[in-house]
Design a protein around this ligand. Structure first.
Ligand SMILES: Cc1cc2nc3c(=O)[nH]c(=O)nc-3n(C[C@H](O)[C@H](O)[C@H](O)COP(=O)(O)OP(=O)(O)OC[C@H]3O[C@@H](n4cnc5c(N)ncnc54)[C@H](O)[C@@H]3O)c2cc1C
Length: 308
């Protein structure tokens, strides 16, 4: 089955190479499907080996166990990582980095996505996690979202109107393979200028040069998790190589050599202190992968796409 796959197939690939936190043990099988056939073979292989199949994008929202994953991990590439422009529309593969899509669109005088510039994500990851800024999400620009069910059949979510694909919920275990977006035609210089401005503001507020992941905690209703972390005095707190960012307190950065234990220790410290001092229960936003269900945080079992 693996011999039929055109894309790269690696064994015991360190997932720390594929996560923005630079943490994560080896994936038993790591496959980079180049097209839909490759992806279907990967699904069939996982089924045959009775292993879960896990899809990752840019790895920007993941804390992966140092023990690694007894799983088939796929990362979409090839034609599943490219964009094709036609008029004001673009058909884009889920493996394409969001930043590359925004840059390519800007070069063609197509705007509308500038406010998403800076969010580190693949297109598939952005759709699956509903990545957003205060101004909206990629979903609202979608006129169609394409995905593959665990049995390898194709699914499609058609979207229309001003809310686009915002109502989209990925069926359990499915993999987003691409989408169609409606963009705005504007002078290329104006789009580039808006983009540069966005990136400048973004860089001023994020710990950019450091290895980090997305927000650790969901914002509780009516409040911001970052404010709570600051209130209990844990901004800048460090456990070995892991540190709560002093620039954005809802981020944890890997200052070098951090393990999943270090990150979990910081998370447990925050969770416990916010609960006892402020009476608020924080829930993780970051996806924990490769940890037993229910451990260490009740809200996030290992819940990525399973091929069964
Ligand atoms: C510095 C920094 C700033 C950030 N700022 C923001 C922000 O402003 N707003 C925001 O919303 N997020 C933000 N994030 C979080 C992160 O960028 C988003 O969650 C992003 O959508 C993750 O995309 P990814 O491709 O890296 O997904 P990954 O981290 O690789 O995966 C995340 C989840 O998506 C699933 N997934 C990935 N690809 C697919 C696919 N093709 N089909 C089905 N499921 C898939 C994975 O299985 C996993 O469950 C930030 C992260 C960092 C590091």
């Amino acid at each position: 089955m693996l011999g039929r796959i055109n894309g790269a197939v690696r064994f015991r690939e360190p997932l720390s190479f594929h996560t923005s936190l630079r943490i994560g043990g080896p994936a038993e099988f790591f496959i980079m499907p180049q097209d839909l056939d490759d992806l279907r073979y990967a699904l069939a292989f996982a089924e045959q080996e009775d292993l879960p199949l896990i899809v990752i994008g840019g790895g920007n929202n993941l804390l992966v166990s140092d023990r690694g994953l007894q799983a088939v991990v796929v990362k979409l590439q090839g034609i599943l990582g490219r964009a094709e422009f036609s008029g004001d529309e673009v058909a884009v593969g889920a493996g394409m980095p969001l930043s590359a899509l925004i840059r390519e669109a800007a070069a063609q005088g197509l705007g509308g996505l500038e406010y998403l510039a800076g969010i580190p994500a693949s297109v598939g990851g952005a759709l699956a996690t509903k990545a957003k800024t205060a101004e909206g999400s990629l979903l609202q620009h979608c006129t169609a979202i394409y995905f593959v069910y665990p049995d390898g059949t194709m699914g499609e979510h058609r979207a229309s109107g001003s809310t686009g694909g915002q109502s989209f919920d990925l069926p359990k275990g499915s993999i987003v393979v691409g989408c169609r977006l409606q963009l705005e035609r504007r002078p290329a210089m104006a789009v580039q200028k808006a983009l540069q401005h966005r990136l400048k503001v973004w860089k001023e507020t994020q710990p950019f040069a450091l290895a980090t992941a997305g927000y650790v905690w969901k914002n509780p209703p009516g409040d911001r998790a970052a404010r709570l972390v600051e209130t209990v005095g844990l901004r800048g707190k460090r456990v070995n190589g892991a540190e709560i960012s002093s620039k954005a307190a809802n981020l944890i950065v890997n200052r070098g050599g951090a393990t999943h234990h270090d990150v979990l220790a910081l998370m447990e410290m925050v969770r416990e202190r916010v609960e006892t001092r402020l009476g608020i229960t924080l829930r993780p936003e970051i996806r924990l992968v490769g940890f037993p269900a229910g451990v260490p945080f009740e809200a996030q079992p290992m819940e990525l796409s399973a091929a069964r």
